[in-house]
Design a protein. Structure first.
Length: 250
């Protein structure tokens, strides 16, 4: 049986990494929830980019407006649970994320990942004069510090988004930190990370994985097959992916 045939046996249960027009997605919250309904998902998270992104970060003062949109979407599609979250940006200094300590309680779920166009996240390597091991160490420390600092403050980063994307990272050290904090490592649908090789690096650690669409258009909400095929290529046991299930078991 090919990996494609194996992937066809599974369905996605929930998609907790999607974007809307509140950052730089192309659809509304209602559009994304409709897509989740159409794909038979149990839940969806609206996780627009953190406020520190000066190109398209969400405005935290719009959270009440987002909550209102979620309430209305829930009336139209009551079968889909809708979570309000953020894909926070990792930065190199404490608190290592671009959301304030008192903003966590306004959200149902927090994801975190490395992005450019964020003050304090680190810029393009040649502009920083960094390369090789030094850049890898700084990038890795930023991720690990974000994971542990959140826990020390009584918070929890649910999903580490597209680990390894946009620069050099030590995936083994990041997996070790995810093991200790219980953070899910994402196999992303918009970016090629985790790659199959990175999945192999992380697999020896006691970590769990999640497949996300990282949808920026509603039509991509709930899409998971390419990511699952990547995991199968890496030899990962699908039972370690928390949001898929064999169709026959549903």
């Amino acid at each position: 049986m090919t990996d494609k045939e194996k992937a066809a046996k599974y369905r996605m249960l929930w998609d907790h990494h999607t974007h809307t027009t509140y950052s730089h997605g192309k659809g509304s919250i209602l559009d994304n929830v409709k897509a989740a309904h159409d794909r038979g998902l149990q839940s969806i998270a609206i996780t627009d980019h953190g406020p520190g992104n000066f190109c398209y970060g969400m405005k935290m003062e719009r959270i009440p407006e987002m909550r209102a949109d979620i309430l209305e979407a829930g009336k139209v599609y009551p079968d889909v649970k809708v979570l309000l979250g953020v894909e926070a940006n990792t930065i190199r200094r404490s608190p290592y994320l671009d959301i304030a300590d008192d903003e966590w309680d306004k959200l149902d779920i927090v994801l975190a990942g490395f992005h450019f166009a964020v003050l304090g996240s680190g810029m393009i390597p040649n502009r920083m004069g960094l390369k090789g091991r030094r850049l890898l160490a700084q990038n890795t420390d930023m991720i690990v510090n974000a994971l542990f600092h959140a826990e020390e403050c009584g918070h929890h980063i649910e999903i580490l988004t597209h680990p390894g994307d946009k620069g050099p990272f030590d995936i083994r050290e990041i997996a070790r930190a995810c093991e200790k904090t219980g953070t899910l490592m994402e196999i992303n649908g918009k970016h090629p990370h985790l790659t199959a090789e990175e999945i192999r690096m992380a697999a020896p650690f006691d970590v769990r994985f999640v497949i996300s669409s990282d949808a920026h258009i509603p039509g991509n909400v709930g899409r998971f097959e390419p990511q699952l095929m990547r995991a199968l290529e890496a030899g990962l046991d699908p039972e370690r992916i928390v949001n898929i299930s064999v169709k026959e078991e549903m």
